[in-house]
Write a protein that binds this ligand. Structure first.
Ligand code: NAD
Length: 257
């Protein structure tokens, strides 16, 4: 590690911190006394995160931006205690569409190669702090959705990656888990909120009857990185209002009571 540890405040790197779940996470950790390095491809979302938050602008699918984020954390604060690899994109086309494979490459590049680069860049610092990592997967990584194959593949990959990486780095005291959010009110789902009928239909299919707020996902990330989760590694915490609990078959109109 380069740099001297400055003070006792823990340090977190959050990717995709310009919007939605990542933004809520950066703000929550800052509020609770962490120093925050916030990474996003879109500079606008990083502009007003507050004085405790250091922005790094760039594409997480590259090694360079992940290495830059770790370098900034070490130079400014001397350590990395938590790594939240959260940046992600959707936008799966039909497989038969022009450019479908190239789009899938991009989705896998941001959603899977990004977190692999992120973890790789931070390993020495996380080993030094016996730190903890959260990958933002999705309930879309637990099952398939119609018309969402590339995103499903990327999020399913993250859920198995945390198992494999957790095994590889447990001996160094690094814990690695995934969060699987269900439907959450962010830019990714903004189109749904512009269509009240579609929104109501979706909400009827969520046992808790509503979308999550980004802060509710941030709280789960906070828990996974905290000492309270000190014996938890290689697992996925599902925060979905009950979506995954439902097989989706019953009740039918003729279901016997
Ligand atoms: P969001 O669009 O509000 O935020 C995503 C952020 O990631 C944006 O600020 C965007 O600029 C950034 N980003 C995108 N590509 C990037 C890249 N190549 N490099 C750096 N930054 C990049 O969406 P969100 O809902 O907050 O999504 C956060 C994570 O949660 C994603 O991984 C998403 O797949 C996952 N997720 C979201 C939901 C949901 O319903 N919102 C559900 C399950 C999982």
């Amino acid at each position: 590690m380069s740099g001297e540890a400055v003070g006792e405040q823990p340090v977190v790197i959050v990717t995709g911190a310009g919007s939605g779940i990542g933004r809520a996470t950066a703000l929550l950790f800052a509020e609770r006394g962490h120093r925050v390095v916030a990474v996003d491809i879109d500079a606008r979302g990083l502009a007003d995160l507050g004085a405790e938050v250091v922005p790094v602008i760039g594409d997480v699918s590259t090694a360079a931006v992940n290495e830059a984020a770790v370098a900034v954390a070490l130079e400014r604060f001397g350590r990395v205690d938590a790594l939240v690899l959260n940046a992600g994109i959707g936008g799966t086309p039909p497989l038969s569409a022009e450019g479908a494979v190239e789009r899938a490459d991009r989705i896998l590049g941001v959603n899977v190669r990004g977190p692999i680069h992120g973890l790789r860049a931070a390993l020495p610092a996380l080993g030094a702090s016996r730190g903890s990592v959260v990958f933002t997967a999705s309930v879309a990584g637990l099952r398939g959705d119609t018309g969402n194959w590339a995103y499903n593949a990327s999020k399913g990959a993250l859920i198995n990656l945390v198992r494999a990486f957790a095994l590889d780095y447990a001996a160094q005291g690094i814990r690695i888990n995934a969060l699987a959010p269900g439907l959450t009110r962010t830019a990714i789902t903004a189109n749904v909120h512009r269509d009240p009928e579609f929104l109501a239909a979706l909400e009827r299919r969520i046992p808790l009857g509503r979308f999550a707020e980004p802060r509710e996902q941030a709280e789960a990330i906070w828990f996974l990185t905290s000492p309270a989760a000190g014996y938890i590694t290689g697992t996925t915490l599902v925060v979905d209002g009950g979506i995954d609990a439902d097989l989706g078959i019953l009740p039918l109109p003729h279901t016997p009571s």
